[in-house]
Design a protein around this ligand. Structure first.
Ligand code: DX5
Ligand code: ZN
Length: 246
């Protein structure tokens, strides 16, 4: 399991310090929630904040675009230093175009599905994605309760990706992830777990990471740990890009 803590639950008055501390604690990824007040009710931050945080750490930046027509901003987030850009199938009009544009920028391309969206929405996009995000809540806020039907959906997503010839595509789960459900999510097929409120509740990040690893480990077996998708995603690293910092 790869843990991707969501910056949304960090202390916004000292973000730079905190991302540096996350890296020192051994966290591999950072999840950045971009909300526009249109696709979702909340407004968070945009590419300038991502750009400002980029020199503070070498974490793999997992950027979750909850933006209506978010494909208008792909260049901005690439220039800001994103490594993975995830768009919602519900928020971009031409998802295949957006995904191939992300790859064209040299980034990993992710597709996110809202709780009510069928997995089959990803069927004809399967060759264009590097990651599939299954939402465990309706996007918009951290601290919401996990929707229990997500567990079966994660299982179905893993099976579908395998059936579509993409056993190498990791399944990410975002929203309501906690120490209570991490094991079951990994057992169901989750490779990457996003956590906001549950992770930041523990002030010692190394301890928080260890607690998640233990909880996820309870659901893992040698087969889940050797899953091609997990192995693939574990090799992903931040690659500084030429356009970064412009
Ligand atoms: C929800 C966001 C999540 C959120 C997760 O719309 O996409 O990334 O920050 O927060 P928790 O883990 O508290 O549900
Ligand atoms: Zn998110």
């Amino acid at each position: 399991m790869i843990l991707s803590p969501s910056l949304l639950s960090a202390d916004f008055s000292r973000l730079g310090e905190q991302v540096a501390a996350l890296e020192v604690a051994g966290v591999p990824w950072l999840h950045l929630d971009i909300m526009d007040g249109a696709f979702v009710p909340n407004i968070t931050f945009g590419a300038p904040v991502v750009k400002a945080l980029r020199p503070c750490c070498g974490l793999f930046f997992d950027v979750h675009l909850m933006v209506e027509g978010g494909d208008r901003y792909l260049d901005d987030f690439a220039a800001a230093g994103a490594d993975l850009l995830v768009v919602h199938v519900e928020a971009v009009r031409h998802a295949q175009r957006a995904l191939s544009a992300i790859r064209g920028l040299g980034l990993k391309a992710g597709l996110a599905l809202d709780p009510g969206t069928e997995i089959s929405a990803a069927r004809w996009l399967a060759q264009d994605i590097d990651l599939l995000l299954i939402m465990g809540v309706n996007p918009g806020f951290s601290g919401q309760s996990f929707l229990p039907q997500t567990l079966a959906k994660v299982r179905a997503a893993r099976e579908a990706l395998d059936a579509w010839g993409r056993p190498d595509v990791p399944v990410q789960v975002d929203g309501g992830v906690s120490l209570k459900n991490a094991g079951a999510l990994v057992a169901a097929g989750a490779d990457v777990l996003v956590s906001g409120s549950a992770f930041f509740r523990e002030p010692d990040h190394a301890a928080g990471l260890a607690a998640f690893a233990a909880a996820a480990g309870a659901g893992a077996n040698p087969e889940t740990q050797r899953r091609p998708a997990l192995v693939a995603a574990q090799a992903w690293r931040h690659h500084p890009r030429q356009q970064e910092g412009r």
